[in-house]
Design a protein around this ligand. Structure first.
Ligand SMILES: [Mn+2]
Length: 383
């Protein structure tokens, strides 16, 4: 059994290449999203096509997911085939907007489906009805790599394959999907390829002063993943995208310098968020729910992960803006954050993600009610 719609998706992209249709790639800003976009872009190029534009939303200004702002910016490329990766499966109204702007929409996303599917032309998602592929835990980059094999056929071999597999391995590790079956192969092949990386940016990172003396490749890679976990973007491209696609060692080295400096600063800011949250934790509270207008939105997910690991409680950390707040959710094993939020979704503008790692957007006036609803439902579920 194959992944539902994957072949159709590959054929559609091949047709677009052959007929010279414009192709636009839109991805999430985390490493899975970024690597998925690069793998597909390089695949399309190796197949003789080209990509008209690549876009990553600004998490801080636009929020997570397919955004109306992003679509309005991209409208100048329409009509085009818009391929959305590692997000979009809950972007119902935005998919409609994309279509109304003249895009044909393809969504490749491994996030959980919430009640229905967006009205895209083609959807690849292992959780959709009728998907009989027996391994559900691929990262988006794994789905995209399998798509690349369909697009490239015989051409998927040798140094091209190795170059792509570096990113497939990297993002599979970064997305923390279970390291078994195909994921295990991706991770092993990816690491092997990274030893003699064809990507100047990865080489520049591994050879940087602070990195080269780390005891082994695993630690170097895990440092690379943490350092690239910067969700900031410039001109709609993320720093990780710029590093992983940089064409020269010198260019890579310049980016690495910036990334490592930011990495240090970021660690301090995360500690600050954690401390601020810890000051407000009440031992008897069944969940941790805290936010502030001072928090850096791009870092609340990392803080939430650490807090959840330490306290073993469902953790909701949010950044407050003027009218709305955006938050990150991390839950201990066995507790599904998505189904918990589903029960309180009437207070939310939107939500989505994975059972253990999710996000939400809410009007500030509903924060307290949302929190009470979560506590009520969570306590019920515990008893
Ligand atoms: Mn992902």
């Amino acid at each position: 059994m194959e992944i539902k719609n994957l072949k159709r998706c590959g054929e559609r992209i091949l047709r677009a290449i052959k007929e010279g249709e414009r192709i636009v790639l839109y991805g999430d800003t985390d490493l899975d999203g970024v690597c998925s976009v690069i793998v597909l872009k390089e695949t399309i190029e190796a197949a003789g096509g080209s990509v008209a534009a690549v876009y990553f939303p600004d998490r801080e200004k636009e929020g997570h997911g397919l955004t109306e702002k992003g679509l309005r910016y991209l409208a100048k490329f329409s009509p085009a085939l818009l391929v959305i990766m590692d997000l979009g499966i809950t972007s119902f109204s935005e998919t409609k907007i994309a279509r109304s702007l003249g895009f044909e929409v393809i969504i490749i996303d491994h996030h959980e489906i919430i009640d229905k599917l967006p009205e895209a032309e083609i959807i690849v998602n292992p959780y959709q009805e009728g998907d009989e592929y027996d391994f559900k835990d691929l990262a988006t980059v794994g789905l995209v790599f399998k798509l690349s094999k369909i697009i490239l056929g015989e051409k998927m071999k040798g140094s091209l394959k190795k170059k792509l597999v570096e990113l497939v391995g990297l993002a599979t590790i970064a997305d923390m999907v279970s390291p078994v079956r195909e994921n295990k192969e991706f991770i092993e092949e990816g690491k092997e390829a990274m030893r003699e990386s064809q990507r100047p940016g990865i080489r520049a990172f591994l050879e940087a002063e602070e990195i080269k003396n780390l005891p082994n490749l695993d630690e170097k890679i895990s440092r690379l993943i943490s350092a690239l976990n910067i969700r900031e973007e410039e001109n709609h491209l993320t720093v990780s995208y710029l590093l992983l696609t940089s064409l020269s060692f010198e260019e890579g080295r310049e980016i690495v310098k910036k990334i490592l400096a930011k990495y240090k600063k970021r660690k301090q800011i995360i500690e600050k968020i954690i401390k601020a949250v810890e000051e407000r934790i009440c031992e008897k509270d069944p969940i941790i729910f805290a936010g502030s207008s001072d928090f850096d939105f791009t870092l609340v997910s990392l803080a939430a992960s650490r807090i959840c690991q330490k306290y073993k409680k469902p953790t909701f950390i949010y950044k407050k803006w003027e009218d709305e707040a955006g938050g990150s959710v991390r839950t201990p094993e066995g507790i599904d954050g998505i189904s918990l939020m589903k029960k309180c979704s009437s207070f939310l503008l939107r939500f989505g993600g994975h059972s253990q790692a999710a996000g939400f957007r809410i009007k500030n006036e509903n924060l307290e009610k949302f929190k009470e609803c979560l506590i009520r439902n969570f306590s019920k579920h515990q008893n």
